[in-house]
Structures are given as structure tokens and as C-alpha cells.
Design a protein around this ligand. Structure first.
Ligand SMILES: Nc1ncnc2c1ncn2[C@@H]1O[C@H](COP(=O)(O)OP(=O)(O)OP(=O)(O)O)[C@@H](O)[C@H]1O
Ligand SMILES: [Mg+2]
Length: 437
């Protein structure tokens, strides 16, 4: 057995297959058999745990959780080989190296994970350093059901290939990945010039890699969407994801902002995106990153500056309150070089939207509603449609009548006056604001 020690750490040990089973038998006496599974020919298996040191996650319809064991390195293996370690060519024995987040960004994992399927299937999977000191193709599974393992491997493979053909997977740091339907089409109502400009700038970024190179420009851009709640920022992001997926198949990354989100989490999302470029990073509700996480305003800005070093990454941020991030954010081109303001809809846009959702209402009723909903956001107008539809169902009507639409308007209009206007409830997990499929 190979054994290596570096300062202040437990030994790294490579295991033969016999040693691996002996280890598992000792740790999990309740498991009668461990199956040595060469599932690793699907190389994606190596990446299951590979994100930002997380201890749980999802892959397709499967969820996994780390199981703690006495295996010496419940961490990521970065792929250096043992000779390098022995000769100290990798520099790995340097003091403090292990604490450096850049070092920890290995792509392969070792240790045990507990895997659960949607129908209650369950097994554990052990990935270990083999006697040569690297993560090979052999895994140990606590089940003998090879069909189950095969299904899992297939789903892992699909997941890391960008998901099933009609689905787009967004890799979420600090939360569950989000999968959205590629073929869904949402009608974003925005002034034509704004929508065209955003689309063209986005497509041109992914199209023009070579042109950037020729002009000696870094292939990296940052867009910022600013606006009140419910004005279509997230909807536009979804629209761009679908369109870009269809045209350029970039990778998509997103950050779930939580109280414990720290600089490492943000650093890791940028690093992963640049490794998987071309990529789009979506940073929703940017202001909450500096108010609701461990990240200070200044360290966040420093991180953003660092991104300008990366290639092939488009960062799209959204915020209601840009001033909370940095009063100068909007004017500092190195961070977000294009900024679009999403305003509350004017009369024309409200009319257009109401016409779209209230398909059967007469023109003059739509116009009346559009006139009387000044300062309502699109989300609030959507609420008007939902309320009216629910009222129609209650009255056993097959569609929203004029009478019902006006009644719904009275009801919501009252709420609006009472100060609950444009109220949007935020969910804990990012869902990109739409049904996760
Ligand atoms: N421009 C728009 N066109 C059509 N529908 C819209 C538009 N803006 C908002 N909506 C409707 O309102 C819902 C919420 O909008 P969205 O989530 O995009 O708002 P947002 O600007 O991201 O708000 P927040 O700042 O609270 O995140 C959308 O799912 C959609 O139904
Ligand atoms: Mg939003």
C-alpha cells in the first residue's frame, strides 16, 4: 500500500481492490456485498461530486450525499500522480497549499456517497485512490443491481453532457442544479430596441470568439439588468439561456446566494465556468450577495475584476438595487460593460401584455385596464390575469369575461393602493423563477 504524508495532514493512501473492500467491510458491516463496478468507463462519474466541495447534490433525478468515513481524504483529488508527489514536482507538499482554494478545485472525488433515486432506490458508491495513486475506473457499490448502476451511470453521463436533448441544465453552486425545458417559449414584452439589443449583444459574444482573438480582446463580457421587481429581468435571462443553448450550447452556471456563501463559492463558480467555456454565469439578485452572504462589497468587486482575466465567459447579473452593490458599478466598464434598465411598463407595453394574456377580452376593455394599471409591474399584471382566471373557474366560466376581469382589477387595485404593489416573494432556492422540470 502506498502511503504519503504532508505536513499536518493524515496520510494519503492508495488502495488495492482487496484493501478497498476490506476498508468498506470494516466501515459498513451492515452491507453484505460490495460490487466492484467498472462504471468509470463513463468518465463523467468522476465529476459527480466535483463542485465546490459540496456535500450533497443532484444528478438528473438522483440525489447524492457524502457519507463520512475514516477514509483519509474525503476531498477532491486533483489528479497529480504519485511520482510527482514523491519528487515534490507538483509542489503539493508546500505548507498551506491544501488551504488554497485554487488547489482544491480538483475534478475528481474520493470517498463514499449515498445515492438515492426518484423511486426510492438507494446505494452507496465508493471512489478511491488506487494503488497507483489516482482515481481509476473502478468504483465499489453497495448493491449488486447492475441495471440500477447502469441507469445511474447513464443519467450521470447525460447530465454532464448538458442534459437530455430537450432540457438545459444550469449548474448551481451552493444549491440544486436547475433543469429547464429547452423548447418552452415565453413571450417577453419589452421595448423592441431593448430586447433586440440584449439579444444581439449576447449572440454576438458567443459567435465572435475568433474576432475577439484577432483584435487582441479578452473574450469576456458582463451584462447587468437593473429594474424593479417583476419587470422581466429573470424572464429575459431564461429567454437568453434557451436561445443560446439552441445556437451555441454554452455551459450555464448560477450561484445560489445563502448566508454561508463565501468568496470561495463565488471564486469556484468563475473557475468552473472558465474551465467549461464558452459559458454563461448568471448572478441573480446581485445586491443580496453583498447584503445576505458572507461576502463583503469590496471582496465581491475584487472577484468581479478577477473575472476579466477569464476567457469565454459572459456574466449576466440582475439587481433591483445597483447602489447597494457599488454606486459606481453601473459606470465601471471592466465589471459590467453593458447595463440595461428594465422599467415598469408604460401604457403601450401594458396594453400589449394584457392583450397577450387576456386573449378573449375586447379591445376597449384591455385599453381600460391598461390605462388604470399605471405603475403596475408585469408580474402584477400577470397576477391580475391569474386572479381573473381563478374567478372564472369558480364561476364555472370557460374564459374570463369583461365582468370578471373588472372585478379582479377592483380586487387587486385595492391591494395595490394598500401598498402591496409589485410585491414579489423570493424563494430560498434559486429557481430562475420558473418551474423546475
Ligand atoms: N417583460 C415581461 N414580459 C412578459 N411577462 C413579464 C415581463 N416581466 C415580468 N413578466 C411576468 O412576471 C413574472 C415575473 O417576472 P421576472 O421574474 O422576470 O421579474 P424580475 O424582473 O426578475 O423580478 P425580481 O427583481 O423580483 O427578480 C414573469 O414570470 C412573467 O410572467
Ligand atoms: Mg428576477
Amino acid at each position: 500500500m502506498n502511503e504519503f504524508t504532508w505536513p499536518g495532514r493524515q496520510p494519503y493512501r492508495g488502495l488495492t481492490s482487496i484493501e478497498a473492500t476490506a476498508f468498506l467491510k470494516q466501515e459498513f458491516p451492515q452491507v453484505p456485498h460490495w460490487t466492484c463496478w467498472m462504471g468509470g468507463c463513463m468518465c463523467s462519474l468522476k465529476y459527480i461530486v466535483s463542485k465546490d466541495f459540496r456535500s450533497s447534490g443532484t444528478v438528473g433525478s438522483w440525489s447524492w450525499k457524502r457519507v463520512s468515513t475514516s477514509y483519509p481524504v474525503p476531498a477532491y483529488w486533483f489528479g497529480a500522480d504519485l511520482e510527482d508527489l514523491e519528487n515534490n514536482e507538483s509542489g503539493i507538499k508546500d505548507n498551506g497549499m491544501w488551504d488554497d482554494p485554487a488547489f482544491r478545485k480538483g475534478d475528481q472525488w474520493v470517498g463514499v456517497i449515498d445515492v438515492r433515486g426518484a423511486k426510492g432506490e438507494q446505494f452507496m458508491l465508493f471512489s478511491f485512490l488506487n494503488a497507483k495513486g489516482d482515481v481509476g475506473d473502478a468504483y465499489y457499490a453497495s448493491t449488486q443491481d447492475l441495471y440500477l448502476l447502469k441507469q445511474f451511470a447513464r443519467d450521470v453521463e447525460l447530465h454532464f453532457k448538458g442534459g437530455l436533448p430537450n432540457k438545459i441544465t444550469i449548474d448551481v453552486t451552493g444549491g440544486h442544479d436547475i433543469t429547464i425545458k429547452a423548447e418552452d417559449c415565453e413571450h417577453v414584452v419589452l421595448p423592441n430596441d431593448v430586447q433586440n439589443d440584449i439579444e444581439q449583444q449576447t449572440y454576438s459574444f458567443f459567435k465572435s470568439r475568433d474576432a475577439y482573438k484577432q483584435m487582441h480582446l479578452r473574450h469576456r463580457r458582463g451584462f447587468l439588468f437593473i429594474g424593479e421587481p417583476g419587470t422581466g429581468k429573470t424572464m429575459m435571462v431564461r429567454h437568453l439561456i434557451r436561445q443560446c443553448h439552441q445556437r451555441f450550447t454554452p455551459s450555464f452556471f448560477m450561484l445560489s446566494i445563502r448566508k454561508d456563501t463565501d468568496q470561495d463559492a463565488v471564486g469556484s463558480i468563475f473557475a468552473r465556468a472558465s474551465r467549461n467555456a464558452p459559458a454563461m454565469i448568471i448572478l441573480e439578485d446581485l445586491d443580496s450577495l453583498t447584503t445576505e452572504s458572507k461576502i463583503s462589497r469590496s471582496s465581491f468587486l475584487t472577484l468581479l475584476d478577477g473575472v476579466s482575466e477569464q476567457e469565454g465567459v459572459l456574466v449576466i447579473g440582475t439587481t433591483n438595487y445597483p447602489d447597494r452593490i457599488d454606486p459606481a458599478l453601473v459606470h465601471r466598464p471592466s465589471r459590467f460593460d453593458r447595463v440595461w434598465h428594465f422599467h415598469l411598463p408604460d401604457y403601450e407595453l401594458r396594453r400589449k401584455y394584457l392583450e397577450l394574456v387576456f386573449k378573449v377580452l375586447k379591445e376597449d376593455v384591455v385599453q381600460k385596464l391598461a390605462r388604470e394599471t399605471k405603475n403596475w409591474s408585469f408580474a402584477y399584471l400577470k397576477e391580475l390575469h391569474t386572479t381573473a382566471s381563478i374567478m372564472a373557474i369558480a364561476k364555472e366560466q370557460s374564459c374570463v369575461t369583461t365582468e370578471i376581469a373588472l372585478k379582479a382589477f377592483d380586487l387587486l387595485g385595492q391591494q395595490f393602493q394598500d401598498g402591496k404593489k409589485n410585491h414579489v416573494v423570493r424563494s430560498e432556492e434559486p429557481t430562475l423563477g420558473f418551474a423546475v422540470v
